[in-house]
Design a protein around this ligand. Structure first.
Ligand SMILES: Cc1nn(C)c(C)c1/N=N/c1ccc(/C=C/C(=O)NO)cc1
Ligand SMILES: [Zn+2]
Length: 369
């Protein structure tokens, strides 16, 4: 199995600065100042470094990112928004609409490289250069709206790549699966009336954006039935996610018959993430990757491109990421045993719980699955 890997040191140079709050500059004066913004380079660098020291990185095919063009960005974003980011980035910087998304000096160029890196991964998979790919990009994208930055996201990397696959590469049907713990609101918004792009988001119910991603949002107009939200309850672990995949995600993909599957790969559903309340283990993320790749092998010759999104636990992002990339590459490193010892079965709420199964059945009824 040939697995492509997108990385660039510049991704680490997107400067989200230092704040006095978790990711808010505190106006009250009651917070000790000078801590790193929650969305910083640390967990991404640790993920890449574990791929390196485990020996897996040497078995991946490097894919060099490039800057996305304005034409590529404006298939999803407004031209005014793209220009706004460029201006802020060239000047003193600024923030997105939610007051937590930093557009620092030079962010524009890094965000172009992030979106362009996912496009290059899609081209490498569609050209057959590699079988599948993981784009370890930054800043993330799934919260970005056509005209606004939010949730640490600047440009809608995965949405832009989906447009590229359809408009430039001529694919008819592209599926997007978002396993980040937060709702992929930007991706949903971008294709809400589009029957050619199936958008699926599994997320912690009402976590972020606040109240976003209810199961009733199934698409509109021609796109009715082509958006699937799975708002899992806090505390959902490996069992709940595996059941959601087996009962909802895989059947939805089989019904849609995608020619390419894109994954918004946020690792913040892990059991130790500060911005989520889920219980997924590294083994659990590995299992989701297995289920997805098995479906892709049956549906679209294994064509899968994963783009990194959220994930803020320095301890678990590397192990969750490694578990996923091991499955993409079909390689088992010696680290996997460590992962299992770190996360024995009994830890946390790994088994499917009745209330989690009940939510899955409510989604199945609404989605006709
Ligand atoms: C708004 C707001 N206002 N306040 C006071 C606060 C504390 C706010 N939280 N912002 C957030 C909360 C979570 C994320 C997750 C990003 C991610 O990983 N996505 O995948 C981003 C921003
Ligand atoms: Zn997230």
């Amino acid at each position: 199995m040939q697995t492509g890997f997108v990385w660039h040191e510049r991704y680490m140079w997107h400067n989200t600065g230092r704040a006095s709050g978790p990711f808010l500059s505190d106006a009250s004066g009651w917070m000790e100042p000078d801590i790193r913004h929650t969305e910083n380079s640390d967990t991404k660098r640790r993920f890449r470094n574990l791929l390196d020291v485990s020996g897996l990185l040497d078995q991946l095919v490097p894919i060099a990112p490039r800057a996305a063009t304005v034409e590529e960005l404006t298939r999803f974003h407004t031209a005014a928004y793209v220009e706004h980011v460029r201006e802020l980035s060239a000047g003193a910087g600024g923030e997105g609409v939610d007051g937590t998304t930093v557009i620092g000096k030079g962010t524009y160029e890094v965000a172009l490289l992030s979106a362009g890196g996912v496009i290059e991964a899609v081209d490498a998979v569609l050209d057959g250069t590699v079988d599948n790919a993981y784009a370890l990009v930054r800043p993330c994208g799934h919260h970005a709206l056509p005209d606004a930055a939010m949730g640490f996201c600047i440009f809608g990397n995965v949405a832009i790549a989906a447009h590229h696959a359809r408009v430039v590469r001529g694919l008819r049907r592209v599926a997007i699966v978002d396993w980040d713990v937060h709702h992929g609101n930007g991706t949903q918004a971008g294709f809400y009336d589009d029957p050619n792009v199936l958008t699926i988001s599994l997320h912690q119910d009402s976590c972020f954006p606040p109240e976003s991603g209810p199961l009733e949002e199934t698409g509109e107009g021609a796109g009715e039935g082509f958006n699937l939200n799975v708002p899992l309850p806090p505390g959902s672990g490996d069992g709940a996610y595996e059941a959601a995949f087996e009962q909802l995600v895989i059947p939805a993909l089989e019904r849609f018959q995608p020619e390419l599957i894109l994954v918004a790969s946020g690792l913040d559903a892990s059991a130790m993430d500060p911005l989520g309340r889920m219980m997924v283990s590294p083994k659990g993320y590995g299992r989701l990757a297995e289920l997805l790749l098995d479906a892709a092998a049956r549906l679209c010759d294994g064509r899968v491109v994963m783009a990194h999104e959220g994930g803020y636990s320095a301890e678990l992002v590397p192990f969750c990421g490694l578990a996923i990339v091991e499955r993409l590459a079909g390689v088992e490193t010696e680290v996997r045993d460590t992962i299992l010892q770190l996360f024995p079965e009994h830890m946390g709420q790994q088994q499917l719980q009745p209330h989690e199964q009940a939510l899955i059945e409510r989604v199945a009824a609404v989605a006709g699955l």
